[in-house]
Ligand binder design. Structure first.
Ligand code: AHR
Length: 632
């Protein structure tokens, strides 16, 4: 039977509407009101532009930011809520800028739409981007969760749950096309593909929303056999799926979620009630954003470009007793003596490496950190021995630049057992247990490969070959090393959609000038096909190769287009002489950031998983202008 609305109900409804609209107006105007009351002594006025204040995860981020800011004497935060509208968020940023904020923290609704206004803001004040990145690099610092890692961790847990017998998995995704959706899914798939008995048989999109997940899963349960595990990209959607399963009378499904928030029906609550098998903490980065905002405004050295935060698995065993597998990554120190750091370097293969060594030694001295430095002379066994000697000496902390990615489990376990944290500097390791190292500081090598390829694509558009084919020779760095693996992958990945770009030779020259020269000479002598492009994984090999190209009677930079990585001064000189066409920056100046992280650690701050340095691309046209400003 239809129920008609009584006049009194209509009046109440109108009343509620009027109050809601007024409330919205007040909320919207709050920043202006609070700014007008910002006391004179506040020298650090932070504008926080939040995508929405309806998702629990964002509410928690905002709360973290306001609470953390209170810990600093002359800092205030004014907040705007874009109510999930990108257009509104663009206006919010403009308003915050007009108020005269000293620094902008923005968690964008949409990466693309927000990019221009962030670029605009960055022209006048520092900008910290939280969670979803914007396009390009026009910001001071990006802080976000390591979404691929979260995805991989959920995948690992699936295989733990299913064991050898395997089974079927469904995935519930957040908003389609958004970076966390893509990255978490990629990570999950990477792990699942490693197991022959586990199949991902369905993927549904539910826009991060509980109700949407519930509806989608209700429909699916009608016509499909239930899976063994459902992996949801957040806890809210996992809860929706749990409700749908209950309605459909389906049991025996294991649910995995992401976020790990407190509160009724938050991830932790669902784990406690036995509804979720696990949730993976997705840190909001709010606390870190405020700490870095302070450091940036105080003009402290060692501010990175990107920071990826650590995730943590929470199950029934760990949800109540505060067991924290990463407890060793927070270590307030009461001792007054200087921190003792053991550093195991790769060797001295390149100009980059020599500068890197100097940067570490100088920064340790400046920070008052007692450094024991060992040169591994290009041998993994030497580096392992060095780490063991640091353990014996009972240093406070170890840092090293792993020559290759694999083979470190044993020695890192020894360091962990001895209670000594290990920081990866410059190069990453490929090991499953990410509790064996505290954090990584260095470059995004994959991105460097992509940048080299992107530059090449745009250059070759302006300088096409006669037959349209582009034959590339690649000089690789040390086999098995992170920069060689990732630069190669990034380069190939970006060129993959363009079949006319053909890597006709790819040889190892170990990052050395001499080897770059000799390997290129040998290629030029034996290669029958035309060589249009040289991609060298570092400048030293490119500079060596230039000698051989000239000796062969060819003009480097003209007959053969050359792009390399590192951006050392000698590469700029070669560009000015017209012998090199582009260099992609990879900064060796990691010392100040390393010392900052070490000090943060001993101040009791939780370290992120990855700290990525700020880098650029330098084509030959700007070499002359840039060279005087280069520090290495
Ligand atoms: O790991 C960084 C790489 O190692 C540099 O690009 C290369 O020059 C160095 O030797």
């Amino acid at each position: 039977m239809k129920r008609l609305m009584q006049p009194s109900f209509i009046l109440i409804a109108i009343g509620i509407m009027v109050i809601s609209v007024s409330l919205l107006w007040i909320i919207n105007m709050l920043p202006l009101i609070s700014y007008q009351h910002v006391p004179q002594e506040v020298s650090k006025l932070i504008g926080l532009s939040q995508a929405n204040l309806s998702e629990p995860w964002r509410i928690s981020m905002t709360e973290e930011i306001t609470q953390q800011a209170k810990k600093y004497p002359d800092m205030r935060v004014i907040i705007t809520d874009a109510v999930d509208s990108s257009e509104r968020q663009v206006d919010d940023v403009k308003r915050l800028l007009a108020y005269g904020i000293d620094l902008l923290i923005i968690s964008p609704t949409d990466s693309k739409i927000l990019t221009p206004v962030v670029t605009e803001a960055y022209k006048t004040i520092p900008v910290i981007v939280l969670d979803r990145a914007v396009e390009g690099y026009d910001y001071t610092l990006y802080i976000g969760p390591d979404n691929q890692l979260i995805g991989r961790e959920t995948g690992r847990y699936v295989s733990e749950l299913l064991g050898k017998s395997g089974g079927q998995v469904w995935e519930i995704q957040g908003r389609s096309g958004s970076p966390p959706t893509i990255d978490r899914s990629t990570g999950l798939r990477q792990e699942i593909e490693r197991h022959t008995g586990i199949w991902l048989t369905k993927t549904v999109t539910a826009d991060w929303l509980r109700d949407q997940a519930e509806d989608a899963l209700t429909t699916l349960f009608i016509t499909n056999q239930a899976p063994d595990v459902i992996v949801s990209q957040n806890d809210a959607m996992a809860y929706g799926a749990i409700l749908a399963a209950k309605k459909a009378g389906v049991s025996n499904i294991k649910f995995i979620g992401v976020d790990g928030l407190e509160g009724t029906n938050g991830g932790l609550d669902l784990v406690r009630r036995g509804l979720l098998s696990a949730t993976f903490i997705c840190p909001t980065g709010g606390k870190e954003a405020v700490n870095y905002a302070w450091d940036i405004l105080e003009k402290k050295p060692g501010i990175p470009k990107k920071i990826y935060l650590r995730t943590r698995k929470i199950t029934a065993e760990t949800v109540n007793d505060n067991v924290d597998p990463y407890a060793s990554f927070r270590h307030p120190r009461s001792k007054q003596e200087p921190i003792r750091l053991g550093f195991a370097q790769v060797g001295s293969e390149s100009r980059w490496r020599l500068t890197n060594t100097k940067s570490i030694k100088d920064a340790a001295r400046d920070a008052g950190i007692e450094l024991t430095f060992i040169d591994g002379q290009q041998k993994q066994t030497n580096q392992i021995e060095a780490i063991r000697s640091f353990i014996k000496q009972k240093v406070d902390i170890i840092a090293f630049s792993p020559i290759v990615e694999s083979g470190w489990e044993q020695v890192l376990q020894e360091a962990k057992d001895a209670g000594i944290p290990v920081i990866l500097s410059d190069r990453e390791v490929d090991i499953k247990d990410d509790t064996l190292w505290a954090t990584f500081i260095g470059s995004d090598f994959l991105e460097e490969g992509r940048r080299a390829a992107r530059w090449l694509l745009s250059y070759m558009k302006q300088h096409p070959t006669e037959d349209g084919e582009i034959h590339i020779v690649e000089l690789q760095g040390t086999a098995g090393s992170a920069p060689a693996i990732d630069r190669k992958r990034g380069f190939e990945m970006t060129l993959a959609p363009y079949p006319q770009y053909k890597i006709i030779r790819s040889e190892i020259a170990n990052f050395y000038f001499d080897q770059g020269r000799d390997v290129m000479k040998q290629i030029l002598e034996t290669e029958q096909r035309r060589i249009d492009v040289l991609f060298a994984h570092n400048d030293d090999m490119a500079l060596g190769a230039i000698q051989s190209i000239e000796a062969a009677g060819l003009k480097p930079g003209k007959d053969i287009v050359i792009v390399s990585v590192d951006a050392v001064k000698e590469a700029f000189q070669a560009m000015i002489q017209g012998k090199l066409n582009c260099t992609v920056e990879c900064t060796p100046l990691l010392g100040p950031q390393l010392m900052k992280v070490i000090q943060d650690y001993f101040d009791g701050k939780e370290l992120p998983t990855r700290i990525i340095t700020s880098e650029e691309v330098f084509p030959a046209e700007i070499a002359r202008a840039v060279l005087p400003k280069r520090r290495y």
